[in-house]
Design a protein around this ligand. Structure first.
Ligand code: KG4
Ligand code: ZN
Length: 346
């Protein structure tokens, strides 16, 4: 049942280790419920088989909770949106199968969403109690530095559904560079937020790391990760307590290095394209150092910078919902035989 011309969409995200469901009325978020999986902490990384099992356990309660919180009945929904990829195949399959069943049972369209487009469009999520966002959303065209556990990209966005990849990592993502360094330091997964925490009381100029220069403003993080490993091995050979005695300075120096590298290439792309509307998105955009430094650089370069609300940086269904809404407006629906895409270009 539709109320006037309002469009109600239920959206599901399950690409990695978060099971999330959002309910939206047009571009307004009514609810966004996420179950995080703690089980991976002890393994130092996400175990795909355990992730898909937990999605199976979590999906019904999470969807139920999102509907209740939004005060919306299944019969009011106009469409189901779901992450198709990129991500872990087994994890994606749980969300996608559930979304297909709902779409079939309710006889409403299914919308497949690219997770990375979702991270970027998180900038357009409107909250019920904070509707006056007109001057807080980027205007087109804008550049987005999308930084997560699986991706590092600089994307040009010319319209809600028009994305052009301008630069990306040629090996590891910056989120992996954070998590791997944390693991070397003996910190639990995911280590990015912990490096961020320790960095806040450290000296960021204490230690230096190499910065690869690739063509086309592309990134490479695998050499930086290895250099970090060798640095820690060398220092702990000289002093067995090196990590615990210098943890804050190590984290601050390493984090500052990753941020400098991210921003150096972003600045290059901005200069080349002339675009000064600059956004960040993805899990690593929750990093307090990156959030601060992009604003400082933005002031120097005369940029308008856009930083997503903290809760929309890491994986969530609200970002899938907003993308689903813009696809609904263009009637971009998909077939029920759609399959997950572990790799899904933007
Ligand atoms: O977007 P996301 O939730 O999942 C993927 O799509 O990959 O990103 C997860 C990544 C992890 O590598 C995590 O360590 C990193 O985001 N992350 C952070 C922070 N919060 C999350 N990295 C640095 N500082 C943070 N505060
Ligand atoms: Zn993500």
């Amino acid at each position: 049942m539709q109320t006037g011309n309002d469009i109600f969409i239920l959206s599901i995200e399950s690409s990695c280790d978060d099971t999330s469901c959002a309910v939206t009325k047009n571009n307004i978020l009514l609810s966004n419920v996420t179950a995080n999986q703690k089980i991976h902490e002890q393994y130092g990384g996400v175990i795909p088989e355990l992730a898909s099992r937990d999605h199976q356990k979590n999906i019904v309660p999470v969807v139920d909770a999102a509907l209740k919180k939004a005060n919306i009945q299944l019969s009011q929904l106009n469409a189901i949106a779901v992450t198709r990829g990129p991500g872990l195949s087994g994890s994606l399959l749980v969300g996608l199968s559930f979304a297909k069943s709902l779409s079939l049972a309710l006889n409403i369209p299914l919308i497949e969403v690219n997770h990375m487009q979702g991270h970027i469009l998180a900038h357009f999520i409107q909250e019920q109690d904070n509707l006056n966002l007109e001057n807080k959303t980027p205007s087109f065209p804008f550049l987005c530095l999308t930084v997560s556990g699986g991706h590092t990209q600089i994307v040009k966005i010319t319209d809600y559904l028009n994305f052009e990849l301008l630069a990306e990592t040629e090996d590891d993502a910056v989120g992996e560079a954070f998590d791997k360094a944390a693991k070397i330091l003996g910190l639990p997964y995911p280590g990015g937020p912990l490096i961020d925490k320790y960095a806040q009381s450290g000296d960021s100029t204490k230690y230096k790391f190499p910065m690869p220069h690739l063509k086309n403003h592309n990134y490479s993080f695998s050499g930086v990760k290895t250099a970090f490993l060798y640095f820690i091995q060398e220092q702990t050979k000289k002093n067995a307590n090196f990590i615990e005695e210098h943890l804050n300075d190590i984290c601050a120096s390493y984090q500052a290095h990753l941020i400098n590298y991210l921003l150096k290439n972003l600045l290059g792309v901005s200069k080349e394209t002339g675009i000064k509307q600059i956004a960040i998105a993805g899990g690593v955009s929750a990093n307090s150092g990156l959030r601060k430094e992009i604003d400082l650089l933005g002031q120097k370069q005369n940029w308008q910078t856009y930083i997503p609300k903290f809760e929309y940086c890491t994986d969530n269904a609200a970002m899938i919902a907003i993308t689903g809404y813009y696809k609904f407006l263009k009637q971009e629906f998909c077939d029920l035989n759609v399959t997950p895409l572990a790799r899904y270009e933007i």
